[in-house]
Design a protein around this ligand. Structure first.
Ligand code: SF4
Length: 363
């Protein structure tokens, strides 16, 4: 594959020496590198953070607090417009039942995720999550996604700094990077023009991280995005992490097209794995790359070969299930698939918030 003009020897040398590749090289790798090469290069960056045969996991559920949403993203099979049949907003008792179910399955982390509900103000989120944290002090909570936080700040007429201060004072520790899909404005204009602009998204995430809360990075691929749009997502993320930091992990999953206005076909697992490897290679400043059991099922374990080091075993997520994702509670079967590939999967606690030493105990 490598020719006289191939940048591959230099890329390999740069990565082996602990260096970083430019976006043009990532583009070249995507177009020209075979899978063995991507695995090898992703392994070089993975080894900067993790032992080669170790992977970590936990059991979590994504509890969807409300499906009422005004954003109308065309790739979404989950939302119901306000005042339309089928809309719901869970109360603390209903959420508690779901948390009990998760606990019975051995779960330790809940990622909350819901729609852009026009009546949910920041103080409503603060109140409900305070209640839940008091009921379940042993559990970890990823309370809102950045996207929901942004919308709720808007309807609450609060700046992001003000919104995050209210949540922090109420005990919130994490506002994670969900709702990012492809962070590229052309993509956003095509598919979710009412959601946010990319600059606005990063303004919100900056406010969250600078207030000392934890956050994460995510991406969804497999819509109609171009390679340049995907790389633009990674480029801005890497820059944000250089400038602001505070994101311990990056999770990439794939679009499920069923029951959506956008429709289309799913990308192959092979494409997902190649992209995961490229993310590991390019995002050299993000410690953890997570592979998606939610969308790839047992095949997600192959992602560990392609540079990922961590995964969750999900118990529910209505958003992706409605669009075609299937969830298996046969956790040992999934872990065995990792073992068969030569990995030693280790159960882990939720991560501490970067830079906040005391978070290790609480989270
Ligand atoms: S993806 Fe999220 S923001 Fe977009 S319509 Fe669905 S629930 Fe609303």
């Amino acid at each position: 594959m490598a020719t006289g003009l191939s940048p591959l020897p230099k890329i390999r040398q740069t990565l082996a020496a602990g260096g970083r590749i430019p976006t043009a090289d990532a583009h070249w790798l995507w177009q020209h590198a075979d899978d063995d090469t991507l695995i090898e290069l992703a392994g070089l960056v993975r080894a900067r953070y993790h032992a080669p045969d170790v992977a970590t996991w936990l059991i979590m559920s994504i509890i969807n607090t409300t499906n009422v949403c005004v954003a109308r993203c065309d790739y979404c099979a989950f939302y119901v417009l306000p005042k339309k049949p089928g809309g719901y907003l869970l109360n603390a008792d209903q959420i508690s039942e779901r948390i009990d179910d998760l606990k019975n399955l051995g779960g330790t982390l809940i990622g909350f995720n819901g729609g852009f509900h026009p009546k949910l103000r920041i103080h409503n989120y603060a109140e409900i999550f305070s209640t839940l944290r008091k009921r379940y002090p042993e559990m970890s909570f990823y309370e809102l996604t950045v996207a929901e936080f942004m919308y709720s700040c808007k309807v609450s007429q609060l700046s992001y700094d003000e919104g995050v201060a209210i949540l922090k004072a109420a005990g919130t520790r994490w506002i994670t990077g969900g709702g990012a899909e492809v962070l590229e404005d052309a993509f956003r204009r095509r598919h979710s023009p009412l959601k946010y602009t990319v600059e606005d998204y990063y303004d919100a995430q900056r406010a969250i991280v600078e207030a000392g809360l934890g956050s994460t990075a995510t991406m969804v691929i497999g819509f109609d995005e171009t390679i340049d749009e995907r790389l633009s997502h990674l480029e801005r993320l890497r820059r944000f992490q250089d400038e602001v930091g505070g994101l311990p992990s990056f999770l990439c999953w794939t679009y499920k097209p069923y029951n959506t206005d956008l429709g289309g076909d799913e990308i192959t697992t092979g494409e997902y794995l190649r992209w995961l490897a490229l993310c590991r290679i390019y995002l050299d400043n993000v410690p953890h790359i997570r592979t998606s059991v939610l969308t790839q099922n047992t095949d997600a374990m192959l992602g560990l070969k392609y540079g990922a080091d961590d995964f969750d075993l999900p118990t529910e997520d209505e958003v992706t299930q409605k669009a075609g994702a299937t969830i298996s509670l046969e956790f040992e079967r999934i872990l065995d698939a990792a073992r068969a590939l030569g990995f030693s999967p280790q159960h882990r606690p939720a991560w501490p918030i970067p830079g906040v030493a005391s978070a290790a105990k609480a989270e």
